[in-house]
Design a protein around this ligand. Structure first.
Ligand code: ATP
Length: 135
């Protein structure tokens, strides 16, 4: 069994998609083991997105992710990392995310792509520790 970090980013929260996202995770059969609505500070945001430091979109990404409440969650199950990435769809909601995925169904712009999922066991471990140090 595996664990992955789930985020509903500020655009997803603002668009009232928390229920939709949680519903899809539950229908898939994953188990939610942590759930928290919070406003992210710059410190956490820049640690979370450390790999993008220096890229042209880094500043605007930090501004976006700190712009309003985020739903942070941890989902658990067999192949949870891959399962959640499939539910989310590719990073670009138009060119990469398939219809039927969350981004494919609800997204239009790369930055405002609604959700986040860890991309490997290493990033899942790092991200879960960062967002839920007591888990
Ligand atoms: P996430 O980490 O949010 O799940 P991802 O792993 O699919 O996304 P990454 O390439 O790690 O994609 O990019 C992290 C986030 O940065 C993206 O989800 C998106 O919000 C934003 N982003 C990525 N590329 C761009 C870009 N070219 N312009 C603006 N924002 C971008």
């Amino acid at each position: 069994t595996e664990r992955t970090l789930v985020l509903v980013k500020p655009d997803g929260v603002e668009r009232r998609l928390i229920g939709e996202v949680i519903s899809r995770i539950e229908r898939k059969g994953l188990t939610l083991v942590a759930l928290d609505l919070r406003t992210v500070d710059r410190e956490l945001a820049s640690q979370h997105y450390a790999e993008h430091d220096g890229k042209p979109f880094f500043e605007s990404l930090l501004e976006f992710i700190t712009s309003g409440p985020v739903l942070a969650a941890v989902a658990e199950g067999p192949r949870a990392i891959s399962a959640w990435r499939q539910l989310a769809g590719g990073t670009d909601p138009v060119e990469k995310a398939a219809p039927g995925s969350i981004r494919g169904d609800f997204g239009l712009e790369v930055q405002y792509n609604l959700v986040h999922g860890s991309d490997s066991p290493e990033s899942a471990a790092r991200e879960i520790k960062l967002w839920f140090p007591n888990l």
